[in-house]
Ligand binder design. Structure first.
Ligand code: NDP
Length: 452
């Protein structure tokens, strides 16, 4: 018999928090969950889901042009942003209701309120209620970071981008990461004139160099103006949009400016410091392999811990936490060999080591092919797909796979299983090709393009 109101109180109704709450409840725990905004969190409400729907929307003009090249009497008409946005809002309402319904069916008590930690076993809600709990799970995610400079308040972030009243004719996107590069493709496809500023030498830092170059070249060929080694010094509101002064001396006006310069852990004003929870330099909650903080009753999962900031990772961390604490089966979330995709246009799919990382780890063979696939080639496109395998010369294991091209996200999920299982190059080669597909190239690359 517990002396607390709850066995577990979860702060944050995003991917990680909802999974943990549901599984803990299924294990028999009495669970409460507070969400201050909308159930579903960043991924569902203002991240992966609306982003992917915008990617689909933005790809149609290209598909219609291809259809014409294939003989259809088809032409690209006008895009009705408000019609799309209305449908998107309705879809997000549906998903939010589904999340709420799932929590309710699992027996979790939900609170539409902001929760703060009062002590190691107590939370207070913005409604004034105080609740006691044996365990607390913080799953509050992250928040867009915008650097401070004159006029920085004029920038929008990925939080606001889905709420635009109209599609901008011109947009400047600052940053070279996932979000900046994905939205560059989205707005370009929807018909905006897109300029992207990135402070470094090549976008998508951290990914395989050859793959980054391939994506950047293709984005530029599709009409995106990418300026490397470039940042903003100052912005001002002017008639027609936002005046921007860049570090390369250029001054230009854009209708909108989107900052996608990273995200920071959403750990402020939660009572964490007051109760003594260790935080890192960026404000991330420090946890062990079981997602436990230095305060034994307080745990944290997902982006607020700044481990690997991806939705499926938060879900696995939440699940492992609930099994460990309430299911009697202690287990860690596995952060090794996580496949992921960047929904740029073309897509980038990746798993394992980059060529640069693998080179440092020992002798490797690199297998790569860049070719024009059948479907776009027939429509008259020059764009090439890139497929690349990094193989350990000693063990023959495939250490990394990097794919750039349509459906790279779907392909990397499947090839990720083989890499996770430790498949060797010879086992890839022993797998019969599926013809005619793009992915058959993964099992037909015979000679390394280089060794290192
Ligand atoms: P990223 O960390 O991926 O990229 C941030 C970018 O902003 C980098 O290019 C960085 O440059 C640049 N930057 C940082 N600070 C400044 C500054 N002061 N001035 C100028 N540029 C700056 O963050 P995102 O916002 O793109 O995405 C956040 C997280 O969300 C990602 O880490 C990812 O995990 C997740 N995400 C995943 C997606 C997916 O799986 N498809 C999609 C969207 C997001 P530099 O490289 O020099 O540091």
């Amino acid at each position: 018999m517990t002396d607390f109101d709850f066995d577990l109180f979860v702060i944050g109704g995003g991917s990680g928090g909802v999974r943990a709450a549901r599984i803990a409840s299924e294990h028999g725990a009495k669970v409460g969950l507070a969400e201050e905004y909308r159930m579903g969190g960043t991924c569902v409400i203002r991240g992966c889901v609306p982003k992917k729907l915008m990617v689909y929307s933005s790809a149609y003009p290209g598909q219609v042009r291809d259809a014409a090249a294939y003989g259809w009497d088809a032409q690209v008409g006008d895009f009705d942003w408000l019609k799309f946005r209305g449908k998107l809002d309705a879809e997000l309402d549906r998903l939010e209701a589904a999340y709420r319904g799932n929590l309710g069916r699992a027996g979790v008590t939900s609170y539409d309120a902001r929760a703060t930690i009062a002590d190691a076993h107590t939370v207070t809600l913005s409604t004034g209620e105080t609740l006691t709990t044996k365990h607390i799970l913080v799953a509050t995610g992250g928040w867009p970071f915008v650097p401070e400079f004159p006029g920085s308040e004029l920038a929008m972030t990925s939080n606001e981008v889905f709420k635009l009243d109209k599609l901008p004719e011109s947009i400047l996107i600052v940053g070279g990461g996932y979000i900046a590069s994905e939205f560059a493709g989205i707005f370009n496809g929807l018909g905006s004139k897109v300029t992207q500023f990135y402070r470094g030498a090549q976008i998508l830092r951290g990914f395989d160099d050859e793959a980054r170059g391939h994506v950047a070249d293709a984005m530029q060929a599709r009409g995106i103006e990418i300026h490397l080694g470039c940042n903003i010094m100052e912005m001002k509101e002017v008639e027609g949009g936002i005046w921007v002064k860049a570090t390369n001396g250029e001054e230009r006006v854009f209708e909108k400016v989107l900052y996608a310069t990273g995200r920071v852990p959403n750990s402020g004003n939660l009572g964490l410091e007051e109760v003594g929870v260790d935080l890192g330099r960026k404000g991330e909650i420090k946890v062990d392999d079981y997602s436990q903080t230095n305060i034994p009753s307080i745990y944290a999962v997902g982006d607020v811990t700044d481990r690997v900031n991806l939705t499926p990772v938060a879900i696995r961390e939440g699940h492992a936490f609930a099994d460990t604490v309430f299911g009697g089966t202690p287990r860690k979330a596995d952060h090794d060999l996580i496949p992921s995709a960047v929904f740029t246009q073309p897509e980038l799919g990746t798993v394992g080591l980059t060529e640069e990382e693998a080179r440092d780890a020992g002798p490797i063979e690199v297998y790569a092919a860049a070719f024009r696939p059948m479907q776009p080639l027939f429509a008259g496109h020059e764009e090439r797909v890139l497929m690349k395998l990094i193989v350990c010369a000693d063990t023959r294991k495939v250490l990394g796979v990097h794919l750039v091209g349509d459906h790279a996200g779907e392909m990397i999920q499947l090839v990720g299983i083989a890499v996770k299982m430790g498949a060797t190059k010879e086992q890839f080669d022993a797998t019969m090709a599926v013809h005619p597909t793009m992915a058959e190239e993964l099992v037909t690359m015979k000679t390394p393009v280089r060794t290192a």
